[in-house]
Design a protein around this ligand. Structure first.
Ligand SMILES: N[C@@H](CCC(=O)N[C@@H](CS)C(=O)NCC(=O)O)C(=O)O
Length: 228
């Protein structure tokens, strides 16, 4: 199997796809497709029926869309770490993943992910208030924290993740969100901050983040920090 990913510091959906592929426990290779080069659209059109990545290529069968990839890999590796073993917990994990997949458009547009960037704020300058207070963004920041809180209250007692001790695809879906909150120094409630910290320190997430740093060094740190 081959997974096509984008730049590790900025490609949220391919980060999720990669984390989920790793959770499957199945062997796969990765190809990187840079999304902001002059030939990117043409290359995307060649490899992805939707013109979007991630794409999972399984012996020539192409699976697009992160949630579809999660389900395809789950069928290949049922009982893997992608979803919880309990049926209701699994439904709840799919609900959490689906909400992330279909929501938070204002937040995602205002605070693009950049894993190698920290928005520096000293004495309130330069202010990020304009970004985090854009219409719709504060309500979505609150909703993300509520979603984490309610899921953890029902399912998370055994550990730091949404469903307890095991990091699963729902956590993978929220990893780019946790990283945005860190990059833009968004003030979170203590329980949400603890969850975001746990996600960002999970070994698979740190492996991806280390890859992002390596790519940024290779491409040129200033260019990576300036993008998007
Ligand atoms: N709904 C899709 C979204 C995928 C998506 O938007 N991917 C971005 C990269 S993170 C992309 O391919 N963008 C194309 C471009 O920037 O030209 C999924 O779940 O995989």
């Amino acid at each position: 199997m081959r997974l096509i990913i984008g730049a590790k510091w900025s490609s949220t959906w391919t980060m999720r796809g990669w984390l989920i592929a790793r959770l499957s426990g199945l062997a796969f290779e990765c190809d990187t497709l840079w999304l902001s080069r002059p030939d990117s659209k043409a290359r995307l059109a060649q490899v992805s029926p939707t013109g979007l990545i991630p794409v999972l290529d399984h012996d020539g069968f192409l699976v697009t869309d992160t949630l579809a990839i999660a389900e395809y890999l789950w069928e290949l590796a049922p009982g893997s770490d992608i979803w919880p073993a309990d049926r209701q917990a699994r439904a709840a994990a799919r609900m959490a993943a689906a909400e992330m997949h279909s929501s938070f458009a204002a937040l995602r547009a205002a605070l693009p992910m950049n894993l190698v960037k920290r928005w520096p704020v000293a004495n309130g300058l330069p202010s990020n208030v304009k970004l985090v207070n854009r219409p719709g963004v504060p309500a979505e920041i609150a909703r993300v924290q509520d979603a984490w809180r309610h899921t953890r209250a029902r399912w998370g007692a055994g550990g730091p993740f949404l469903f307890g001790a095991a990091f699963n695809a729902a956590d993978a879906m929220y990893a780019p969100m946790a990283s945005r909150f860190r990059t833009y120094a968004v003030e979170l409630a203590p329980d949400a901050q603890a969850y975001a910290d746990a996600v960002l320190s999970h070994p698979l997430v740190t492996e991806w983040i280390e890859g992002a740093h390596a790519q940024a060094r290779e491409v040129g740190w200033d260019a990576a920090v300036a993008f998007p």
